[in-house]
Design a protein around this ligand. Structure first.
Ligand code: SF4
Length: 233
């Protein structure tokens, strides 16, 4: 039975951020990440220094994951970095299983791994979050920059850029990524950094203003407003 490292499967909840904010959704959170953002809100999926990963991300049969997700639902596969697993047979089994259940599949990714043909064929929407300097230096000094192959995915219309911003300078940084790659501005989102309503609201006005002036989209983090930073939402 193919298996993947799974941190959690949860729902029903709402997608809290990005182009589908407010939509009813189920989440499948996979383990492992190739980056190590200083403000990561799901470090339990990858940080072996602070968490017992054997307990946090057990290898879980794909059938067990699929059994928890209702048919015809919007399923967001997130992480960690889910595309680390895209060459595994279990990834294909997950994608095919969701399709057989008539689910809509969205993937949230950090943009350092370009989706392969299998992945592109199964995923309706990618939300791609390249990391700016505000995420700090990553372990192994891995370059967090957006990989060039994503632009072709964006041109096909099923990829949105979503950039975490701590300041208006970061909004300019997001715009710069979009301009240099040719990413359509209608598919670019900026989002305040923070895991509390206070932090998010403290940054929201400036970031929304800067986005509006730049002609790009802005998103809050609605799940934090509703449930704080609780796992399972
Ligand atoms: S890319 Fe995402 S999951 Fe990985 S460390 Fe950064 S915020 Fe966390």
């Amino acid at each position: 039975m193919p298996a993947l490292p799974v941190s959690e499967v949860f729902g029903p909840t709402i997608q809290g951020e990005g182009p589908y904010a407010g939509r009813s959704a189920w989440f499948v959170r996979l383990g492992g990440c190739n980056l190590s953002c200083s403000w990561c809100d799901s470090a339990y999926t990858w940080d072996a220094q602070r968490f017992d990963l054997r307990r946090e991300i057990p290898m879980t049969p794909v059938e067990e994951v699929l059994a928890q997700v209702p048919s015809s639902s919007l399923v967001v596969v997130t992480g960690g970095e889910p595309l680390l697993h895209q060459n595994r047979p279990a990834w294909r089994a997950l994608c095919n299983g969701l399709r057989a259940r008539r689910c809509t599949l969205h993937v949230e990714t950090n943009g350092t791994i370009v989706p392969n043909e299998t992945t592109r064929g199964c995923v309706q929407t990618f939300v791609v979050s390249p990391k700016l300097a505000n995420a700090g230096v990553h372990r192994g000094n891995i370059d967090p920059a957006l990989r060039t192959g994503w632009v072709e995915v964006a041109e096909s219309g099923n990829a949105h850029l979503k950039v975490v911003c701590a300041s208006t300078d970061d909004v300019a940084g997001a715009l710069e990524i979009a301009r240099t790659t040719g990413w359509p501005l209608s598919q670019v989102w900026v989002m305040p950094e923070g895991t509390t309503a206070q932090e998010l609201n403290g940054r929201w006005r400036a970031i929304a203003d800067a986005a509006a002036h730049a002609g790009i989209n802005a998103t809050h983090r609605l799940h934090i407003l509703a449930w704080q930073d609780c796992r399972g939402h």
